[in-house]
Ligand binder design. Structure first.
Ligand SMILES: Nc1ncnc2c1ncn2[C@@H]1O[C@H](COP(=O)(O)OP(=O)(O)OP(=O)(O)O)[C@@H](O)[C@H]1O
Length: 419
């Protein structure tokens, strides 16, 4: 058999910049935020203190990448100004409590020792303070995904006050908290909010113009010259801007379009590759949400809604609830109350799987909520068909129904739930 692998890659020159954790040399389209960020931290090189800063914005809008760049500048400014500065970066995604962050910091500050799980928290605090006093100067603790600490505020309360209350003599701690969870800030207690959110910087989603410039920069680094045809970057930027304004998502789409061109042995990447990539990425996202994030009852409610969407007789005659009960009977699952089903429909909407519209019931009075699927029904049906138990819930004619639906391309409103 001949080797199944392709010859030399004529599409990509380097894929490193697409990887998670890659630090770009340049941060584009964030000039204003960088200026604000620098102003918020100016007290450090000026020698006036270590401030606390809170950075927030949706996922993929450059909060982490911009922070890395600003910290690089800050470190070099501090050095030129002869100001002692230590920066400690912690990702709270993996360290979700004050204790875990302290354990991590202690291990970073004492590379020759190992602080095991179970070390008394007072020991961790004392050793950390001891070391920071030895190092002396300003200490900036950068807590990425700070919202993962949840309601555990001990660290956020104690650390910035350590000098004021005499725990530290020669060092002063400032915190940079980064979050994509908008509720986190609101839920902070007043005493922590007033310190941590002393200075706040918001990062907005990127618009199409900004994404174009970011994508062009990455395309130059990752693709061979002349491979990316004219409309690819603007289309990728426009599709992502309409959806989320998330640079990570845009880069993922561009890479997937390149992968498809490579796989198909095409010489160049075109708009068509981007469109195919878009449907592949959507498919993968939908699958992840359905299989990883929905409870089995939410899956059943989604299944019922999907069946109504593809069943030509389903429109406005049958309600989600009856179909849902029927599905539960078929796969022998418990049935929820109508109000819980309603909650689940709202959750499915929040996950971006369903869209809710409203219509008046005319002479009958009242309103009805109309749910439609955001994705192609086939993506949802195929995901359910991969699950042995859920597959039983579909009627034997599901493939024929789906085929007929696609042929007639009925994608309008289908499921009714009276409000
Ligand atoms: N303005 C930019 N210039 C260059 N690269 C960028 C820019 N914004 C984002 N990126 C790149 O996009 C990806 C996602 O950015 P980043 O991780 O900084 O987003 P984030 O806002 O911190 O997201 P999350 O909240 O999910 O952590 C990274 O690869 C990053 O290098």
């Amino acid at each position: 058999m001949d080797s199944p692998f392709k010859d030399a890659n004529h599409i990509f020159r380097d894929k490193e910049p697409f990887k998670e954790g890659y630090t770009p040399d340049e941060i584009l389209e964030r000039e204003e935020e960088i200026q604000e960020y620098a102003a918020a931290l100016q007290d450090i090189p000026d020698g006036f203190g270590a401030p606390n800063v809170f950075i927030y914005g949706q996922t993929g809008v450059g909060k982490t990448a911009t922070t890395q760049k600003v910290i690089e500048f800050l470190e070099s400014e501090a050095e030129s100004a002869d100001v002692k500065l230590t920066t400690l970066a912690v990702n709270c995604n993996k360290r979700t409590s004050t204790y875990k962050v302290l354990q991590y910091l202690a291990n970073e500050l004492y590379p020759d020792e190992h602080f095991k799980q179970g070390t008394h928290p007072d020991t961790l605090w004392n050793r950390i303070y001891e070391r920071l006093d030895e190092i002396s100067g300003y200490v900036l603790v950068i807590l990425d995904e700070i919202d993962k600490l949840g309601e555990d505020e001990e660290l956020l309360y104690d650390f910035p006050r350590a000098k004021a209350i005499g725990e530290l003599e020669n060092a002063e701690v400032g915190i940079v908290g980064i979050s994509n969870n908008f509720k986190f800030r609101e839920n902070l207690s007043q005493r922590v909010k007033s310190t941590l959110c002393e200075k706040e910087i918001q990062f907005s989603p990127y618009d199409a113009h900004e994404l174009r410039s970011i994508l062009s920069y990455y395309a130059d680094l990752t693709f061979h010259d002349g491979v990316v045809t004219g409309d690819v970057v603007p289309l990728t930027a426009a599709l992502t801007a309409q959806d989320s304004g998330d640079a990570r998502m845009a880069l993922d789409l561009l890479e997937t379009a390149g992968d498809i061109a490579r796989h198909e042995d095409d010489d160049v990447v075109t708009e068509d590759h981007v469109r195919i990539a878009r449907s592949e990425v959507d498919r993968a996202n939908t699958r992840d949400i359905i299989t990883e994030r929905l409870t089995s009852q939410m899956q059943l409610v989604l299944m019922a809604t999907t069946l109504l969407v593809i069943d030509p007789d389903g429109e406005a005659k049958v309600k989600t609830i009856y179909l849902y009960k029927d599905l539960c009977d078929r796969i022998d699952a418990d049935t929820l109350s109508e109000s819980r089903i309603r909650d689940h429909l709202d959750t499915l909407e929040m996950f971006g799987l369903l869209e809710k519209g409203e219509h008046n019931l005319g002479r009958r009075g009242g309103r009805a909520y109309i749910y439609s699927l955001v994705d192609e029904p086939r993506i949802v049906v195929e995901t359910f068909q991969e699950d042995e138990r859920l597959r039983q819930g579909f009627p034997a004619s599901i493939d024929a129904l789906l085929g007929a639906f696609e042929a007639s391309n009925q994608s309008h409103i289908q499921s009714e739930f009276e409000g």
